[in-house]
Structures are given as structure tokens and as C-alpha cells.
Design a protein around this ligand. Structure first.
Ligand SMILES: Nc1ncnc2c1ncn2[C@@H]1O[C@H](COP(=O)(O)OP(=O)(O)OP(=O)(O)O)[C@@H](O)[C@H]1O
Ligand SMILES: [Mg+2]
Ligand SMILES: [Zn+2]
Length: 259
């Protein structure tokens, strides 16, 4: 593989906090003006194709390399889901095979000259993130997605420490499912509490890149395979703003610790 200019891993401690939603929307937003690859490294629960509405697609082979599926928005996507016989076929693999799969997805794919490779990971700090770091050697940034409640934050702190320990250059936190606008009165409901992601980031000494609201439209968009950021409007705009902040974060000069 030609080295991507930047690599961003999207991680979390806990499952279901919105990694894939964030990864897909970020990648789609940034692909408007850059060449962006999206590697679905969630081998047991590959949701990227579903959320992009390209579930039925397959990867072809050209000159001995796998060719990513290209979306109409010019996003280059690789997922184990493209090779499965049916959407609900389980992937039953142990660590070494997962390592091989990720190696293949990185090294044997004709990604082209990527400005950015976004990697969507399963929750936690197991085989997949470790393999990604080992295979890519050099990961610019980790974006840790968390929800505001303490059980999620506890696990998110582990993801932050993992990134640091394996040598990811910079780590940031985004808080998802922050505030729900009541469909009846419009009042703000803090279902999972308030401010937890920001406090956690501050405590861990990493950057906080903002919060995303909890909205039923986001669930629907995921199920329908239409990333809100591409539709624009009030549902998409927080993702677009996050994408800009993430790009600035990745491309800023590395800060050396001040003390
Ligand atoms: N801000 C949000 N508002 C409403 N629903 C959301 C939001 N973010 C994510 N969701 C929904 O929550 C569910 C889980 O999101 P998603 O699959 O992105 O999480 P994940 O962290 O990737 O999960 P996993 O750990 O299984 O990979 C999905 O149905 C998604 O549409
Ligand atoms: Mg996911
Ligand atoms: Zn209300």
C-alpha cells in the first residue's frame, strides 16, 4: 500500500456508542475535497456498508490487488462484509486470522494516494486495534467516541490509554448522544448526563472535539444507509462541523508535551 498521508482510528471503550456513525459521516464529509479511504476493521460486526447504503457491493481484484468499493461520494471503502455470502453470515475468526485479514485489507488493497484513511474499529482494545497499529506502523490520530455516562467514560479512558501506549501520535475525544431534544416540547433531555466526555478528555490530557446530539433521525439515517452529513440540514451540520475540527486536529503540527 502507498502510505496514506494521515490515518485516523475511530475507537471506543464501550460498544454501541456511535463509532461507525461518526466514522462514516466524517469520512463522507472529508471525501468531498480529499481522497479518503474508509477501512471497516470491525470484522465481527461490519456495519460500514449498511450505513453507507452499499451493502450488496463486492470488491473486485485487479492486477492481484483488491479494489475498494467506491461510493457516489467518492469514498473508498473496504469491509469484510463485501466478501460475505449473506448479510447475516457470522465471521468466526481468532486473533491470528484477524491480523491476517487486516494485513490484507491494508497491504493488498489498491487504495491509491489517500489523503486520509479512516479506520472504523470494534469496541475495546483487542485484536483489531492492535493489528491496525501493527500493520500500519504509524497512526496519526485516534478519535475516541464516548457517551456521557460513567460506565462509558470508564471504558473510554482505557481506549485513550491504549492509543497512547501503542504510540498513536494524538488522541481526541468526541461525546455522542449528548442531548435529546424532546419531540413534544423541544426541551433538552440529558439522557446520559452532562459534560462527561469533556471532563474525561480534560482529565486524560487529550483534546475534546465536541458533542453530537441524540436524534431519532440519526438512527433512521443509519438504517437507511444515508449519512446525515451528506443530506445537510440541522441533522448533518454537527457532523460537518466535527469533520472540520477533526481535519484541523489531524493536520496540526504535533504538540510536544509542555512539561
Ligand atoms: N447521535 C446519535 N443519535 C441517535 N442515534 C445514534 C447516534 N449515534 C449513533 N446512533 C445509533 O446508535 C446505534 C449504534 O451506533 P453505531 O453502530 O454507530 O455504534 P458503534 O459504536 O459503531 O457500535 P459497535 O460498538 O457495535 O460497533 C445505531 O443504530 C446508530 O444509528
Ligand atoms: Mg460500529
Ligand atoms: Zn418535553
Amino acid at each position: 500500500m502507498k502510505k496514506a498521508k494521515h490515518v485516523l482510528m475511530v475507537m471506543s471503550g464501550k460498544g454501541g456508542v456511535g463509532k461507525t456513525t461518526v466514522a462514516v459521516n466524517l469520512a463522507a464529509a472529508l471525501a468531498r475535497s480529499r481522497r479518503v479511504g474508509l477501512l471497516d476493521a470491525d470484522l465481527h460486526g461490519p456495519n460500514v456498508p449498511k450505513m453507507l447504503g452499499i451493502e450488496g457491493a463486492t470488491m473486485s481484484v485487479q492486477d492481484g490487488s483488491l479494489v475498494p468499493v467506491v461510493t457516489p461520494q467518492n469514498l473508498y471503502v473496504v469491509s469484510v462484509a463485501f466478501g460475505l455470502p449473506e448479510a447475516d453470515a457470522p465471521v468466526i475468526w481468532r486473533g491470528p486470522i484477524k491480523m491476517k485479514a487486516i494485513q490484507q485489507f491494508v497491504q493488498e488493497v489498491a487504495w491509491g494516494d489517500l489523503d486520509l484513511l479512516v479506520v472504523d474499529l470494534p469496541p475495546g482494545t483487542g485484536d483489531e486495534p492492535l493489528s491496525v497499529v501493527q500493520v500500519l506502523g504509524d497512526v496519526d490520530a485516534a478519535l475516541v467516541v464516548t457517551t456521557p455516562q460513567e460506565v462509558a467514560l470508564l471504558d473510554a479512558r482505557k481506549a485513550v490509554r491504549f492509543a497512547r501506549q501503542v504510540g498513536v501520535k494524538r488522541t481526541a475525544v468526541v461525546e455522542n448522544m449528548s442531548v435529546l431534544a424532546c419531540p413534544h416540547c423541544g426541551g433538552e433531555i440529558e439522557l446520559f448526563g452532562r459534560g462527561g466526555g469533556e471532563r474525561m478528555a480534560e482529565h486524560a490530557g487529550v483534546e475534546f472535539l465536541g458533542r453530537l446530539p441524540l436524534k431519532p433521525e440519526i438512527v433512521r439515517a443509519g438504517d437507511e444507509g444515508m449519512p446525515p452529513v451528506l443530506a445537510g440540514g440541522p441533522v448533518g451540520s454537527p457532523f460537518a462541523e466535527l469533520a472540520d475540527r477533526v481535519w484541523a486536529f489531524i493536520t496540526a503540527p504535533v504538540r510536544t508535551p509542555a512539561s
